[in-house]
Ligand binder design. Structure first.
Ligand SMILES: [Zn+2]
Length: 315
């Protein structure tokens, strides 16, 4: 029996190739300072042609559409040779959802819906669960970006059912993803959490850190959440001190990347070493080292702002 999905290719092959060339050009012109738009997945620049994000959730309908099906840390995709496509079609019979799908966009006129698939639900053999993260090279950047925006909006819808002031239900406001409290009339808008991430340089060396939960041998940049009453530059300086014991200077903003895991905004900086010896706490950070540019360890995914900073400003 044929299943109700047919593969949805969200870009023409030529457009995908063009996007890949744009991504590659970031690496080919590493000295380009302070780009206005960074073409990394999860930023809107990486969305495919014909994608329109709705300003507010759309009414449910039975029209066939494109599906972002999230199950745990995976996104369910339809294999097409080496490619992975977002499933397309009407809601299939096997997809028993606890909450109705969220219609958040259109793609070439077709509704794009996101849904959380219960972990207990077996997925049909025509779909595969692909781990959803920036290391996932099998997913094209444009489809990753659609899935990322859907994931972030679904997260917001699920965590904004009640008012955090008074506990009464929230109602959807028109023409926005914001909501209004029926009890106290306070308005609530999608939470986006800023994080500073900083490439620290000293002559021909980069300061990289390792966390216990990361794969052995893979290092990345100092990063952390913005604190109350703190500028992003101050956040970078504080995190460098907390994570490595090192003081930095000349903190300069470079670029940013939306990060839907679940709702961060990664704000990327470069900085110079000022003073201090490396000291790690052994808990949150279990190693930090200076690496010479010619002999860097295993690094973050090429689709992350961390890797963008290293590739663009690490030489
Ligand atoms: Zn309220």
């Amino acid at each position: 029996m044929s299943h109700p999905f047919s593969g949805a290719s969200c870009k023409q092959p030529a457009a995908v190739a063009d996007l890949k060339r744009q991504l590659a050009s970031n690496r080919q012109h590493p000295q380009l300072p302070y780009p206005e738009i960074v073409n990394l997945p999860f930023n809107r620049q990486a969305l495919p042609d014909g994608f329109v994000l709705h300003p507010t959730p759309q009414q449910p309908s039975d029209a066939p559409g494109v599906w972002v099906l999230l199950q745990g840390g995976s996104v369910l995709m339809q294999p097409d040779g080496e490619q992975r496509l977002l499933p397309e079609g009407p809601q299939p019979a096997w997809l028993a959802l606890k909450q109705p799908p969220l219609s958040f966009a259109s793609l070439q006129g077709k509704p794009v819906r996101v849904a959380a698939v219960p972990s207990s639900l077996p997925i049909p053999p025509e779909l595969v669960a692909e781990p959803f993260n920036a290391f996932q090279e099998r997913l094209s950047p444009d489809l990753m970006t659609i899935a990322g925006i859907g994931k972030q909006l679904l997260h917001w819808q699920r965590m904004s059912r009640f008012c955090s002031y008074c506990g009464q239900p929230l109602e959807q406001l028109p023409e926005t993803w914001g909501k209004n409290c029926v009890g106290c009339n306070n308005e609530h808008y999608p939470h986006i959490h800023p994080c500073a991430i900083v490439l620290i340089r000293r002559d021909d060396q980069l300061l990289l850190i390792h966390k216990p939960e990361w794969p052995q041998g893979r290092y990345s940049l100092v990063a952390g959440f913005l604190d109350v009453g703190e500028s992003l530059e101050e956040c970078a300086i504080r995190e460098a001190m907390e994570e490595t014991g090192v003081t930095i200077k000349n903190v300069r903003y470079v670029a940013s990347q939306s990060w839907p895991f679940p709702s961060q905004m990664m704000v990327g900086f470069v900085a110079d070493y000022a003073s201090g010896d490396i000291k790690v706490d052994g808990k949150e950070i279990d190693d930090a080292r200076w690496f010479t540019i010619g002999s860097l360890p295993s690094l973050p995914a090429s689709r992350s702002i961390a890797r963008f900073l290293i590739d663009s400003f690490g030489n």
